[in-house]
Design a protein around this ligand. Structure first.
Ligand code: BDR
Ligand code: CA
Length: 311
């Protein structure tokens, strides 16, 4: 089987951690490297979190620390209300021995993509700063990217403002760079991730698997479900980020619409909104496949199989 090579750019983050877990052991995926960005917490914390997840799961994947603030905006937003003080509250990890690589994440992306045969997919599950910086630093990487799959945005409502989703709002300029790069993006937004709620029935199902991944899943989702209930009133937290990986494992998990998408980087009220021209009103060349529906049962089967891949 030809594995899909990916670079996973993330800001762990509970759902990012599960995306790492899912990507690292799936036979259809070759996880080349994890690049980290500030988002759910500061860069120091999200980097430690990525290392902790890898160490806990026994993953020999290189981790690269990237950008600690947005490209232009001075204000770094974090999501401590959802992910806690550490950015990954809930599980208790052993003392950290795994070390990050010395290369900057942006340089790793540039070097790896340039040296590739155009067969690497970039998955972003945090603010798109690292990818956008890499594109600006070395535009030659753009045609080398096989596919960009992002968790971010929404063609309906946001979660940070009525208009904007967190990953896009944190660094809307970076998202703008990616969406105007000329490369097609697959946008996995809140429209579908809000359909995969980690309800008590899901917790019960995954709790049966007492291996490392099953325990991590439950420890993470207990905390995440609690804060999601406090902040949004959900009966279970939406498992946003792993949908990107589930889509790469089995593209039929998502229904997408191909359309032109523009990031709002101008207005005050709707800053960070992903304006998806689903009805093709502007008649512009499409730059995105926007996820509009998800096969929920298939998604949870993929997550469960992902957990069972661990000892
Ligand atoms: C996104 O924001 C973060 O808090 C999550 O990790 C996810 O990537 C959802 O809006
Ligand atoms: Ca994330």
């Amino acid at each position: 089987m030809n594995k899909t090579k990916i670079i996973l750019d993330c800001d762990p983050g509970h759902d990012d951690a599960i995306a790492i877990m899912l990507a690292a052991k799936n036979p259809a995926i070759d996880l080349l490297g994890i690049t980290v960005v500030a988002g759910n917490q500061t860069l120091e914390k999200t980097t430690v979190n990525a290392l902790n997840v890898c160490q806990y799961l026994g993953l020999d994947v290189p981790v690269y620390k990237g950008c600690g603030q947005p490209m232009i905006r001075e204000n770094q937003l974090i999501a401590a209300d959802i992910h806690g003080e550490s950015g990954l509250d809930g599980p208790v990890f052993a003392p950290l021995t795994k070390q990050m690589e010395s290369k900057h994440a942006v340089l790793y992306m540039v070097d790896t993509l340039l040296a590739s045969d155009g067969d690497i997919t970039v998955v972003t599950t945090g603010p798109m700063t690292n990818l956008a910086m890499a594109m600006r630093l070395c535009p030659d990487i753009v045609p080398k990217i096989k596919e960009i799959v992002l968790m971010g945005g929404s063609y309906q409502l946001g979660n940070m403002t009525p208009a904007a989703e967190f990953n896009i709002l944190v660094d809307a300029d970076a998202a703008h760079v990616a969406f105007t790069s000329g490369r097609m993006l697959t946008m996995v937004g809140l429209d579908v991730t809000r359909k995969v709620l980690c309800l008590p029935s899901v917790m019960e199902r995954m709790e049966k698997h007492q291996n490392s991944a099953g325990k991590l899943f439950v420890d993470l989702m207990r905390f995440f479900n609690m804060t999601q209930k406090e902040v949004f009133g959900w009966a279970g937290g939406p498992l946003h980020d792993p949908v990107t990986i589930a889509y790469l494992i089995d593209p039929t998990v998502l229904t997408t619409k191909t359309c032109f998408t523009q990031i709002d980087i101008r207005s005050e009220q709707s800053y960070g909104r992903t304006n998806c021209d689903i009805f093709n009103i502007f008649k512009k060349t499409p730059n995105s496949h926007v996820a509009v529906d998800i096969d929920v049962a298939k998604f949870w089967n993929i997550i469960e199989t992902g957990i069972l891949a661990y000892r």
